[in-house]
Design a protein around this ligand. Structure first.
Ligand code: KMT
Ligand code: NI
Length: 182
């Protein structure tokens, strides 16, 4: 299962743990309160694809691809990693099913502090539309994930730095639904 903790913003490499000492764990319940959903689907059991299909049809995910994030397999590796680590949101859910390797999704909590979610094979994680987040590999430098999505255009990352992102309709809906902002 996934493990999450409060992110210690030191100037160490983004791929380091970034834990406080002692480490401050964040529970799945706490993640659920800010809209993060999590499933464990065993990739060693060949029937995993049926379970993925079920979730896809229930949540109306029409498209999917597999991304192999490794220096020698991903075109524009350095640039893509940089983009993934820029704080952004999407106008649709971000659903990732980890097939192999490992990495970190950082998400903003209610106080706008980072929570680091460690993902590895068999973890399926859903970040809600409008939630600010970013992604990095960890020190193993490899992650293979299935990316599931409803539509193509809505999947574009909207960077927090860009004017208007904070007032994006999906951002405001997210704040209303999960942070009680009216
Ligand atoms: C994203 O939107 O942050 C990503 O797609 C990261 C790469 S998929 C593990
Ligand atoms: Ni994203």
């Amino acid at each position: 299962p996934v493990v999450a903790w409060r992110f210690n913003p030191t100037d160490e490499d983004q791929r380091e743990l970034h834990q406080f000492s002692p480490n401050e764990l964040v529970s799945l319940e706490e993640l659920a309160k800010i809209g993060v959903l999590y499933w464990n689907i065993d990739v060693n059991d060949p029937s995993y694809i049926d379970k993925v299909e079920t979730i896809c049809s229930e949540r109306e995910y029409k498209n999917r691809d597999v991304i192999n994030i490794r220096k020698d397999t991903l075109p524009n590796y350095e640039q893509k990693l940089k983009t993934f680590f820029e704080e952004h949101m999407h106008e649709d859910e971000e659903i990732r099913f980890i097939l192999d390797g490992s990495g970190y999704f950082d998400v903003r909590d209610k106080k706008d502090s980072w929570v680091r979610i460690a993902c590895k094979a068999s973890d399926m994680i859903i970040l809600p539309a409008g939630m600010y987040h970013r992604f990095t590999l960890d020190m193993n430098n490899y992650l293979k994930a299935m990316r599931l999505f409803k539509e193509d255009p809505k999947w574009t990352p909207l960077n927090r730095e860009t004017p208007d992102t904070d007032s994006n309709k999906f951002r405001l809906q997210y704040l209303q639904e999960f942070h009680g902002v009216v």
